[in-house]
Design a binder for this molecule. Structure first.
Ligand SMILES: [Zn+2]
Length: 441
């Protein structure tokens, strides 16, 4: 038996198929797997192991770690973010990531991953550059990371398919399988149809997935119609990009035909409502996507277009935006939003996480309920607890984060890195990159 961890006497929010909540519950972890979940008295009958480490979860909710399904490591939060998207990309985002070296990418990744872990995120689907440095940061800090490059046609001087292939060979399966490498396509305005076809061929060859931005803004849709004569998702479909192992981020401006193409190909969707709102990109047709049976998870996108990596905030946006836009308070109820941030995200990535059930991988968070966010709280009332988790809480309620059976944060202190050094190094890297970056005239 590996290291055993018993999380005892908490409110266990399983997110399983039956939506079980054990109001005095226990979760037992052995190595990186959950080996028992249930009411504390029943689990105590089955598990008699004095050598296990016990975490007292009284006054806390125990739930699956959150999955951030669309993510970019970031170093430029709040910098030039008054600009519209296209201009921002050309004068800030692309110059900044072109100026990124391994050391800066490593510092940026530790900054980003540490904020995510502090907000209860256990898995990031991270599209960025310098994947070797990102993988090292993920391994060091202990987060689960699916990494992909920013691949574009050569003239844009971002990443290439060859970069993805090399990163896959070097880092796919690293840290005991906690790190994976996908093929990442930046977006269609920087891609040819040939590049898209080659990306799918490479992903199939490597046996890995694809991460792409699709239908994010109206200007992207217009660009696609002009360059390809059809809409972005239609082009992606024709080039074989879509599929069960493709994560399509944003999907704000999908036509009915494009929703049907997503359905036909079982493509996974990352809904990123707070990024879409900040960048003025609009409101995704989430109710239609869900009615079509698409699997939709949630993502924060990037600190540059969100200014926070807090997935509790993203959950709240994922409900409120649609209610406001449709003048309908019945939309996106709290349990549905929680499922998007946990089990839907895990399903999108094909991971055995996202719910607390025997046999699942142990990515678990403890949420402190003894504060104003969770007060009042009716005892043994599931709906009340779900409401607070989605509408009242923010990431500061997360007390403990466990990833792959390992406690990486406890009592809001990261155990794997020196947080002061992470912040200091990120500040230095930011200033160095700003000095190096070349802004087109
Ligand atoms: Zn993005």
């Amino acid at each position: 038996m590996g290291n055993r961890l018993i999380i005892r006497d908490g409110i266990v929010v399983t997110m399983n198929d039956q939506d079980d909540v054990h109001f005095n519950g226990t979760v037992v972890i052995d190595g990186n797997r959950i080996v028992d979940v249930g009411p504390t008295d029943e689990v105590a009958q089955r598990q008699r192991d004095d050598s296990a480490t016990v975490i007292d979860a009284r006054g806390k909710a125990v739930m699956p770690g959150l999955i951030d399904l669309h993510y970019h490591t970031a170093l430029g939060k709040g910098w030039s973010d008054h600009l519209p998207l296209w201009e921002y990309l050309d004068t800030c985002w692309y110059p900044m990531i072109r100026a990124m070296d391994d050391e800066a990418a490593h510092a940026a990744a530790l900054l980003s991953y540490s904020e995510s872990i502090r907000c209860g995120v256990t898995t990031v689907n991270d599209m960025y550059r310098k994947l070797g440095a990102l993988a090292d940061a993920a391994e060091e800090i202990g987060i689960r990371a699916v990494l992909s490059n920013d691949i574009a046609d050569a003239e844009h001087r971002l990443d290439t398919l060859e970069d993805a292939k090399e990163a896959h060979q070097a880092k796919h399966g690293a840290a005991g399988g906690r790190i994976e490498v996908y093929v990442g396509i930046e977006w269609l305005p920087l891609a040819s149809e040939q590049l898209l076809r080659d990306a799918r061929a490479l992903a199939d060859d490597l046996g890995t997935g694809i991460h792409i931005h699709l239908n994010e803004s109206l200007t992207e849709v217009e660009n696609s119609k002009q360059r390809f004569g059809r809409r972005p998702t239609e082009v992606a479909y024709d080039c074989g990009i879509l599929g069960r192992n493709c994560i399509a981020a944003h999907c704000v401006w999908l036509s009915d035909i494009e929703i049907a193409l997503m359905r036909e190909t079982s493509t996974q969707i990352s809904h990123n409502p707070s990024s879409n709102a900040k960048l003025g990109n609009g409101i995704a047709r989430l109710p239609e996507m869900l009615n079509a049976g698409l699997n939709v998870g949630l993502g924060h996108d990037a600190a540059e277009c969100n200014n926070s990596l807090d997935m509790f905030q993203v959950m709240k946006f994922a409900s409120l935006m649609h209610r406001a836009a449709r003048v309908d308070s019945s939309l996106q109820q709290a349990p549905d939003v929680l499922r998007m941030a946990t089990r839907n995200g895990a399903a999108a990535l094909g991971h055995e996480t996202g719910e607390l059930s025997t046999g699942r991988i142990a990515d678990v968070i403890l949420v402190d309920l003894q504060n104003q966010m969770f007060t009042p709280l009716m005892p043994r009332n599931k709906a009340h607890l779900y409401s607070h988790l989605v509408f009242a809480a923010n990431g500061s309620c997360v007390d403990t984060t466990i990833i792959d059976g390992r406690v990486v944060m406890e009592g809001r202190r990261l155990k794997t890195v020196d947080e002061e050094a992470v912040l200091r190094n990120a500040n230095q890297a930011f200033q160095r990159v700003i000095e190096r970056m070349v802004v087109p005239a």
